[in-house]
Design a protein around this ligand. Structure first.
Ligand code: UDP
Length: 405
């Protein structure tokens, strides 16, 4: 029986608003999984680095789900690049807390926490599972020209975590394949489980009422939701709008999310500049980050959601949009190839040519019946992703790692 888990999420807290800075899909993932675990009687304690001196030691989110703020480095937000030197201290602090009340298993998230998890596992002997969420070598493969590669430290730490974990978690078979190919992961310790979608929140609803609530004018709505950084391919959506407005003069692109990572701010400025150069300043709305609970209305209001990412281990946005009945146009890469059923719930596009993405978007804008039909298929398809299913799968995987199954 599994009754207690420690999640390590050193670089970002599930209590943060997703959609800017370092907070995104991983935060939603840890929060949803912890809530589901607590609701099913499994104690979920999340350990994250303190970024504000006023953060309480412990926050009880709901009974059975707590977030611990751990002192490691200055109590202020730090860029990811500044965090490696605080990993050992973070691990020592977590170790001291876990020693008092050991969980059955540690599940770390991202390479930094994986590294900390490995240190804790070595000193306390608690089994370790790690989810990477993104992999340095995979990101390097999709780098745009001129962008710096991932640090050698990250790649080395990823190798070490993969070798030292009892269970390496992948979100999709493609991520599992990447772990095998790029890192030589041991297939016997490789486990696959997709994340879920909160179907109580992300469910279909009236497009008109959603638009009224959001105060949107009439006209086609194309939506991008996510952190603004080069890897998310927002530039592809902006360029695609030039073609889209040629045929649909009333179309608007809504860009929801804020700058993230070392190139987030420069990417945001470049996107705004490009919108002006293309004469699309009035057609592209940079909305900024939106609280997670308000995101469903954006999906419902949209005619199509674009996910033109250059790398994506899963792609929660695509799954959430589909759960709301909105078809998706996404790049044929990574987890998106699992999340979108090409030709049935959306279209997968090879490469990042804005014309190709625009043409797929136009198929939906030109033919609302097609959009409605594929939106309905998307709702059915999205039911395969649920946090309850993820929870059950994880419990089986944890039992395997503990030799209980
Ligand atoms: N999100 C949000 N508000 C925003 C932008 C994004 O709540 O303003 C959420 C979105 O609903 C999704 C997550 O952030 O749950 C992004 O996850 P995804 O897997 O698509 O991208 P990641 O951040 O993991 O790269």
């Amino acid at each position: 029986m599994i009754d207690s888990i420690a999640f390590l999420s050193m670089h970002t807290s599930p209590l943060l608003q997703p959609g800017s800075g370092d907070a995104g899909g991983m935060n939603v993932y840890i929060d949803e999984l912890s809530r589901t675990m607590a609701a099913r009687g499994v104690r979920a304690d999340v350990y994250t680095r303190r970024i504000d001196p006023d953060d309480p030691e412990v926050v009880e989110v709901v009974p059975g789900y707590r977030v611990f703020h751990v002192d490691a480095g200055p109590a202020s937000p730090l860029p990811v690049a500044a965090l490696p030197k605080h990993v050992r201290l973070f691990a020592r602090q977590v170790e001291a807390l876990l020693r008092l009340d050991p969980p059955q298993i540690i599940h770390s998230h991202y390479w930094l926490s994986g590294w900390a998890g490995l240190l804790v596992k070595r000193s306390l002997g608690i089994p370790l599972a790690n989810s990477f969420h993104t992999l340095g070598r995979v990101k390097d493969e999709s780098r745009r020209p001129g962008e710096p590669p991932e640090s050698l430290l990250r790649i080395a730490a990823e190798h070490e975590v993969i070798e030292g974990s009892d269970c390496v978690m992948a979100s999709t078979p493609i991520e599992a394949q990447e772990l095998l190919e790029f890192y030589g992961a041991d297939p016997n310790r490789l486990c696959t489980s997709p994340p879920g979608v909160d179907h109580r929140l992300f469910r279909p609803g009236s497009k008109n009422r959603a638009r009224q609530r959001l105060g949107l004018a009439a006209g086609a709505v194309v939506l991008f939701v996510g952190r603004i950084q080069p890897i998310k391919g927002v530039d592809v959506a902006v360029e695609a709008m030039a073609t889209i407005v040629d045929r649909h003069r009333d179309a608007t692109l809504m860009v929801v999310g804020g700058p993230s990572g070392p190139r987030g701010l420069s990417e945001m400025s470049a996107l705004r500049r490009r919108a002006v150069e293309l004469g699309l300043a009035a057609k592209i709305r940079f909305v900024g980050p939106v609280p997670h609970g308000l995101v469903p209305d954006l999906y419902r209001a949209a005619d199509v959601v674009m996910v033109p990412s250059r790398s994506e281990s899963f792609g929660l946005v695509a799954a959430e949009a589909q759960a709301c009945g909105t078809p998706v146009v996404a790049t044929r890469i990574g987890g998106l190839t699992d999340v979108v059923d090409d030709g049935s719930t959306g279209f997968l596009i090879d490469g990042w040519d804005p014309e190709d993405h625009a043409e797929a978007v136009l198929r939906f804008l030109d033919d609302p019946e097609l959009a409605a039909k594929m939106g309905a298929s998307a709702v059915k398809w999205s039911r395969r992703f649920s946090w309850d299913a993820t929870f059950r799968r994880y419990i089986e995987l944890y039992k395997g790692a503990l030799g209980l199954s």
